[in-house]
Design a binder for this molecule. Structure first.
Ligand code: DGJ
Length: 537
């Protein structure tokens, strides 16, 4: 047997395939699925990018252009083309509200303000936001939504194509934190429901202003609960017709703005108890992350199980929208690695150029590969995400201390200091066993130390060649006698992982590629999977 074949065989490790497929998504821009020709053109393109799921709007105005007359042309076409492309679809119900507004309600609804009242500011100014307190609004929206779900059930009874439904889109109040129509005022002056008080652990009941006060934040709570109750009606209908995961999405409350200035009362992290109580049939709340602070927003929506939740994860992270950019790929790696995300989906991916989506294709390819690793052989996993300001994370994995950094922290990379903007770097880090890790990503470097070695580490400035600058000394004082053991790299192999979970050796990283055994790294222009084994000395 040739030595290369022997090496290949010994480096292949077979692990059975897994069933858990991550949702590698992309959301279409708002008007991308409004004609058959556009649907025919866009979905195959999404397949080529490497998505397994496309988030596609279902437009109320085009589905029920005349009251009671439904036209499912666009829905049917989306399902048919997706089926032939082997893609999954998540429909986004652009019903009563889209980005707070009621712009996707049909003309007959918009024009009949008597039957379908708009929310009002405190001064009585109507907003283009249908009032969620109006039963007419709910019944009209519900009727159309039921028609949509029934059609999906007919076209795709086995859930082979349509896998989830988003109810409405970025519900929220703008211009005024609260609806002041007569119907809304009636609810506002009524008692806070007992189940909500219980969920919030509040003992003393009363009207909404008695319990929560009268500021914009109190108004936001009132609206959040009532929006949730409204959504619950749609969710229950969907469940009874054709059951599948249901979620709602939110625009983030960023930049220090107040309710009414940001789209308030939507499924925001600080309102989760109001939404969960009002809409128990919704499976999860999902953040649309456009603003800075990606990690922080993501962590607020990844809420693990607590004993009082009976072992059920309180909220699973799914990011239905995020800015489609060169940083999406590493952010996806982070979301799956750190938070076991259900899915990730850059917005308006159809409008991005191939050079802008290349990073997504590469990241999704890595995520697909690592998802083939048998879950029981994964002992732990983490997500890494770095930029210039947040460039290091130290993970102490049961005594194995991993110092993970942005690739540009390496002293010899000129782009670190020449004024270049650091592209974000990130990875999924998986522990297979003691001294045995997988790192899949782009733009990261990791070194490994024992805990005692890390504790005795001296901070030194490294020159561009990677060695200590002169004058800083290389040896510790004799009184600082070294205690314990050190960790070294036994091997760093670049691998590919087959759908069956086999590790296929590509090449060894040693010498200059591991800084002579000091670290494992993946450059900012590379997307790789490394299999890293360590030893003690
Ligand atoms: C968030 C919305 O949900 C999308 O439909 C779209 O309007 C984007 N904002 C635009 O940035």
């Amino acid at each position: 047997m040739k030595i290369t074949t022997l090496l290949l065989l010994t480096l292949m490790m077979t692990v059975p395939a897994v069933s858990q497929t991550p949702l590698l998504g992309g959301e279409l821009s708002n008007s991308a699925a409004t004609s058959v020709a556009d649907i025919d053109e866009v979905l195959p393109r999404m397949k080529e990018i490497g998505l397994n799921t496309v988030l596609v709007p279902a437009y109320w105005e085009l589905m029920e252009p005349e009251e009671g007359m439904f036209d499912f042309t666009l829905i049917d076409r989306t399902i048919d083309v997706a089926r032939s492309e082997n893609l999954n679809i998540v429909f986004l119900w652009f019903g009563a509200w889209k980005n707070s507004m009621s712009c996707y309600a049909p003309g007959w609804f918009k024009q009949d303000t008597k039957r379908f009242p708009r929310a009002q500011t405190a001064s009585g100014k109507p907003m283009e936001i249908a009032s969620c307190f109006s039963d007419n609004v709910l019944q009209a929206d519900l009727k159309a939504f039921k028609a949509l779900i029934s059609r999906i059930a007919q076209k795709d009874p086995q859930h082979q194509v349509v896998t989830m439904i988003q109810i409405e889109n970025e519900i929220g109040m703008l211009e005024s934190a609260r609806d002041h129509t007569a119907l809304a005022e009636k609810a506002y002056n009524g008692p806070v429901p007992a189940n909500l008080l219980k969920a919030l652990g509040i003992k003393k009941g009363g009207t909404w202003s008695d319990v929560f006060g009268t500021d914009d934040y109190a108004d936001e709570k009132f609206m959040a609960y009532h929006y949730a109750c409204y959504v619950e009606q749609l969710a229950q209908a969907a469940r009874s017709i054709h059951d599948m995961p249901l979620f709602v999405n939110a625009a983030m409350n960023s930049r220090g703005r107040k309710p009414g200035d940001y789209p308030s009362a939507g499924p925001l992290a600080h309102l989760i108890d109001f939404w969960n109580t009002g809409a128990p049939s919704i499976d999860f709340l999902a953040p649309d992350i456009y603003d800075t602070g990606f990690k922080s927003w993501a962590s607020q929506y990844a809420i693990p199980a607590r004993p009082q939740d009976g072992g059920k994860v309180k909220n699973r992270l799914f990011i239905p929208e995020t800015r489609c950019s060169g940083n999406c790929g590493v952010r996806a790696l982070y979301a799956f690695g750190e938070h076991d995300a259900l899915g990730f989906s850059p917005f308006a991916i159809d409008q991005a150029s191939p050079s802008e989506t290349a990073n997504i294709t590469k990241a999704y390819n890595l995520i697909n590969q690592v998802s083939s690793i048998e879950p029981k052989s994964k002992k732990n996993n983490w997500g890494l995400l770095f930029d210039q300001e947040d460039s290091e994370r130290i993970i102490d994995d049961d005594g194995t201390v991993m110092t993970c950094r942005h690739f540009y922290t390496l002293p010899w990379d000129a782009r670190a200091t020449d004024g270049s903007v650091w592209p974000e770097g990130g990875a999924i880090l998986i522990k297979l066993g003691k001294y045995d890790y997988i790192m899949a990503g782009c733009g990261v470097v990791v070194d490994f130390k024992t805990r005692t070695e890390k504790e005795q580490e001296q901070q030194k400035t490294l020159g561009e060649d990677g060695f200590t600058e002169s004058g800083e000394g290389v040896e510790s004082k004799p009184s600082d006698k070294f205690k314990g053991k050190r960790l070294g790299l036994l091997s760093v192999d670049e691998i590919e992982i087959t759908p069956e979970g086999e590790f296929v050796y590509q090449r060894r990283h040693n010498g200059d590629q591991s800084h002579q055994g000091r670290h494992a790294r993946i450059g900012t222009d590379d997307w790789k999977i490394l299999h890293i084994k360590l030893y003690e000395y």
